[in-house]
Design a protein around this ligand. Sequence first.
Ligand SMILES: [Zn+2]
Length: 398
Amino acid sequence: MPKEPTFENALAFARDLIRIPALSGKEGEVAKRILLEMNDLGYDETRIDDLGNVIGVVRGAQGGAPVMLNCHMDVVAEGDPEAWEHPPFDAVLSEGYLHGRGSMDIKGPLAIQTHVAAALKGQAQGDVVVAHTVFEERGGWGMEHLLANREVEPAAVIIGEATQGDITTGHRGRGEVEVVLRGLAGHASAPERARNALTLVPPVLKALEDLAGRQSVDPVLGAASLVATGIDILPESRNVVPDQAVVVVDWRVLPESTHEELIQQLRDSISLYLPEVPSGMGVEIRMAKERQEAYTGRSEVRDLYTPGFLMDADDPVILAAARAVGKRRGDGAAEIRPWTFATDGGWSCGVFGIPTLGFAPGEERFAHTNRERLELEEAQWAFSRHQELILAVQRALR
Ligand SMILES: [Zn+2]
């Protein structure tokens, strides 16, 4: 007998997952546990791809549009465990909430998605594909890989990042850019022999501030924004005139922007405030990168970049979804709005052009904090709305 896809069983599954903490690249044990649950629930097909994403399929009738449900398997670090009201990985149930790292971002919604798909066995017109990805918290390598390799080919994607029961349609993207300022290192006792890279920092900060005030505005997503979030100095010794200062820029970008265009904007602004680079010194602008290593052993140097996306609020899929879900309190369709933070939807919709929306319980303000929690009553309501949501999205895609 397969396991019953109920809210109670989904909650127990979510608590198991919280007890298996996994930062990006360490999702192996979480993936195994999810695969086990999918098999227990009687999924028609389950597998793990070469990057470590978990994929399960509940077959629908022939000819219907396949819809993919997606959450990620990684969490962000817990910080100081003492600063939590409840221990971060104990999955405590208290005062109507499930507490802990991952409770809302995103193991609670992941468990709900995994169970509701099984409940649709034999009922949906098209396949319900459940794909939980790796590396979402570090730019979304998992989702990019899943879609680029055609591991799955969904006609629409439903993402389980917190929406508090609303239907979300997109978000700004995030790019991390570095301005590398180069000089010549020297002994601090003889600064005249060196070229201090720090002298180039003030005009660059001015250029960034100026550029930040001239960003394009989207009527739904708001303005793109950028801010300097750090400076790395090399060498680190405090008795050396540094030959390198790297100014780190966090840039929240609109969906249509490209790497080349970001770098060009920054280059133009810096040339206003630093028209001539002193001889023997240099300025380089580049996307920040890091080497990422998956738990399956694959490794790649990747840009720290999550694309943005935005669906039309009157797209038939969005309207059908909002009507199917309905308001949690009161009558009428669910609210339609963008997210504040970035998700894997930037890949599925922004890059691969697949209609994508968000629906999940949970309040954005608790994500990535030591107060992370999921309201059980809201989670149960969201569980009960999923079935109609998936069927409505499949109908709207016909
Ligand atoms: Zn998340």
